[in-house]
Design a protein around this ligand. Sequence first.
Ligand code: ATP
Ligand code: MG
Length: 676
Amino acid sequence: MSQERAADVSEAEIAVHWQEEDYVKPSEKFIAQANLTDKRVLERFSLDNFPDCFKEYADLLDWYRPWDITLDTGKPPFWRWFVGGKINASYNCIDRHLAKHKNKTAIHFVPEAEQEAIQHVTYQELYVRVNEVAALLRDFCGLKQGDRVTLHMPMVAELPITMLACARLGVIHSQVFSGFSGKATADRIVDAESHVLITMDGYYRGGQFLDHKQKADVAVSEAKKEGLSVDKVLVWQRHPGRYSSPTPLVEGRDFIVNEVLSGYRHRKIEPVEMPAEDPLFLMYTSGTTGKPKGCQHSTGGYLSYVAGTSKYIQDIHPEDVYWCMADIGWITGHSYIVYGPLALAASSVVFEGLPTYPDAGRPWRIAEELGVNIFHTSPTAIRALRRAGPDEPRKYDHHFKHMTTVGEPIEPAVWRWYYDVVGKGEAVIVDTWWQTENGGFLCSTVPALHPMKPGSAGPAVPGIHPIIYDELGNEIPPRSGRAGNICIQNPWPGGFQTIWRDPDRFVEQYYARYCKDRKSLDWRDWPYMAGDGALQAADGYYRILGRIDDVINVAGHRLGTKEIESASLLVEEVAEAAVVPARDEIKGKVPDLYVSLKPGLAPSGAIRKRVEDSVVHEIGPIARPRRVVIVPDMPKTRSGKIMRRVLRAISNDEDAGDISTLANPEVVDEIRKIKA
Ligand code: ATP
Ligand code: MG
């Protein structure tokens, strides 16, 4: 590390000029029904009780065989949880609920078109359908424990059904977000070495029927160029009995699932008793910062962790109707649409469409109709709904007891709208910070125990013990309000086991930087580096400042992107904001600020000025943007995150690099033109 960088850091203090928001308390009504109201439980999860505290989560599940060793640290940092235990995820999400809940809805599938009927799949139906698909995968495709299969499926009930069928057999599923192209799917097929691809003929999005099968053909031929042969493509029909894609089937390779299934009606497949440490699935990261990594998640540890956090942080009870409006193609959907809620026997909503189609009232109509009482989504979706229909939630009679945000920091102004208008002041909000790599939440308030603080993720969740380091590897004193790199001191059962086929990168990227001794078998010497900047305030709450690479260093002052963006969002007209460092001869780096406006508003010098003034007022002159650029839309990843790396390239007149994970690549040139 250079001296210059070191000097920067010793001075580095993020000025948290933005006023600490008031705390918001959970209602008595919420507390009265909450799963976790006893503070002593938090103490049970202290480091003194590590790793045994996590038995509490594992005990939420049914095991075929109990584990012998809670945590095996014999080969750091490849931690092994619940070693010797045997378990099946499909059994835990379905079979064990049948005695009590067989007629209860497991999955509400909400098609995009409002005239198409909602499907309510009961636990009994789920059991039957999962067994049939498992029989097909085993006997028709020859898949067995440890094989990988790539799924490229939209948001339909058949997606969790297929995942749970894989889990029943111990087949490792790798679901690729349906919005990804054939080429992107091929990359993931090749990496996972899947010889079977499961897809669907098409699906509805924004009022259109999209031909999805065509991407499968591209995926298979692209994979072939890389030397990987996909032998079978299983095609679900969006409308069973009718093949709806204009892309023809390939003889001998492509099979209509609904047709083949007729040979497997009412077949039963005994769940495979899986060693706890066998992988359940692979999930590739969003690719916000670079090439996606195939995160490998275990069966026993992962399922324990998502069941525990679903119970304590999501506050799920079996009688709840829970809607996580995310895509199952991302980790959020795996953990908190499928595995967590179903492990707890809740009803989980799977929604096919766009939240703002046909209008921004759609989510609230769905919530009203199904009686959804727990709602979960991302700041991006909240901003989009606020932008398109700020008053829509008021028109509907929905009532949430609990709401979640995940995926990006949420600006206090957006948080307020979520709380007041969407939640009608009745719901608690948890702002959950975590990553694909982590399996489940790392930081969040425990909803009945901790007051909410808009813009802050909250303390670490039970059993997670963060530590913040500076660039030199010194620990930043807890609760000091000073920013650094947030790490987690201890292993936890939801943490990924490795990067698929790249264990070296796993060690180098997440552990090497702050490892105290690479020979040590003591987990204390192996903090996990998340790659995000964060600070811990005096009250113990963590504020996530964005990715380490996004922190802007202006004349030795490190500015969190989130502070500047939050200040911009205080300006009424602004819908979204993103700030990036631009090179400056004198100051080194200066902030360039990109904003998009609420619908119907035209860019103007007056708005730009108000944004600039707000930043200076909230943070100080040091953060004054070099310029404020009003853009039609932000460059976003398919998971809806703003890709600041692209804006940074535009600001510095550099090549935008790999934009294959971008949802709206056309916007890049538009922004270049506006900026010039
Ligand atoms: P890649 O790792 O491929 O660049 P990615 O980091 O966007 O992609 P994810 O695992 O989907 O992939 O996202 C995790 C990141 O999202 C976190 O590291 C953090 O930067 C951000 N994040 C998630 N939740 C929150 C939150 N509640 N508050 C602030 N940031 C969050
Ligand atoms: Mg990441």
